[in-house]
Design a protein around this ligand. Sequence first.
Ligand SMILES: Cc1cc2nc3c(=O)[nH]c(=O)nc-3n(C[C@H](O)[C@H](O)[C@H](O)COP(=O)(O)OP(=O)(O)OC[C@H]3O[C@@H](n4cnc5c(N)ncnc54)[C@H](O)[C@@H]3O)c2cc1C
Length: 379
Amino acid sequence: MKTLILGAGYAGLAVATKMKPHPGLEALLVEQNAFHTFETRLHEAAAHNTRVTLPLAPLLRGTGVELEQASVEGVNLDEREVTLKDGRVLTYDTLVVGLGSVTNFYRIPGLAENASELKQLSDADEIFNFVNRAYSGEFKGVRDIVVGGAGLTGVELVTELAQRAELLSKARGLPPMNIYLVEAGPKILPVLDDALRGKAQRTLEDYGIHVMTGHRLMQATADTVTVQTPDEEQKIIPAGKIIWTGGIQARDILKGERLEKGPGGRVAVDDRLRAKGYPEVFVIGDMGLALNQEGKPVPTTAQHAGQQGRLTGKNIMRLAKGEDTEPYEPTTLGEFVSLGGLMAVGWMKLPWNQKLAITGGIAHVMKRASEWRWRASID
Ligand SMILES: Cc1cc2nc3c(=O)[nH]c(=O)nc-3n(C[C@H](O)[C@H](O)[C@H](O)COP(=O)(O)OP(=O)(O)OC[C@H]3O[C@@H](n4cnc5c(N)ncnc54)[C@H](O)[C@@H]3O)c2cc1C
């Protein structure tokens, strides 16, 4: 059984590390980078240049999975062909697609051209370099940063940047930069309940971050953003750096006559995470539209991508051994949002569907614990 795994993110790497050598099973992991990126920690790399990658080769030892460092250009599900950027074509009996998501700029004029993203290591490096440059002696121009989107990524990024900026401002005796968090919706962090959101909001204000909920980003140029205020007036904010974290969509790389796509371009999958109409193709992580026990879309998170990957890895082993596969039953163990340094807010799941709200240092430890769990699961 010739198996191709596309992408070594939370989903694809979990598949590969759950596999074992088996007679007749041939597996290849195709990933553009020679490393796995802890995407959930990119905001730390953006602010502090923290190391957030792990080389892939050692993680694959003993799995029987070979690594091909290459970029996927397109996948033709009807022909069972994967075309690589270098022109080579790979074929498969079983395919796992975990190529993640891309930023959705919602066609806001000038945004895609002028805003940075926070999706990969090079984005984090770009932001880190800007902040350092902004606090260098010869910097001229606007130092302020506008971040669009007050979901998990936007909030984690602005709090970490605020800490870094304060440090640099004191160390180099330069005035602090303004950090604006622009959000069209009425509140930050819509995934959290009101008490936790209130705590997060106060922390942002303590950092001096300008939280602009109810402000719709209308346009961006190289050094400004135009927002529409809640009173429907237009306001221009000068910006040295614009970063958009306001939306994602599934990577659009699969082609197939019978393919079904849902919101955000996510590929509809069955209860084994196989693309509808293509039982030999598993689509997992941010690209797949898996449903939970209530029939609602499973959130696009690392936590769920990892769960889907681990199940898919085990199911491929079961298929290779001629055994029945197991269905996907998602669980959300908790959600934590880091608020810079040792601060975080979130909740963890208790028995009988109860949630325990946690804030401060303990929430930070819980968030770190989920990252350690992930690290341990791929070793
Ligand atoms: C700053 C930030 C903070 C976040 N915080 C959290 C959090 O606290 N908790 C949480 O659960 N989730 C969090 N998320 C969301 C989480 O990171 C994603 O849901 C998760 O990464 C999705 O996993 P995936 O495997 O589907 O995709 P990814 O992890 O994005 O992996 C996709 C892989 O495919 C590779 N790839 C892409 N295109 C190609 C190509 N053409 N050819 C070859 N390889 C390719 C990429 O290099 C990558 O390795 C955060 C995201 C961000 C950006």
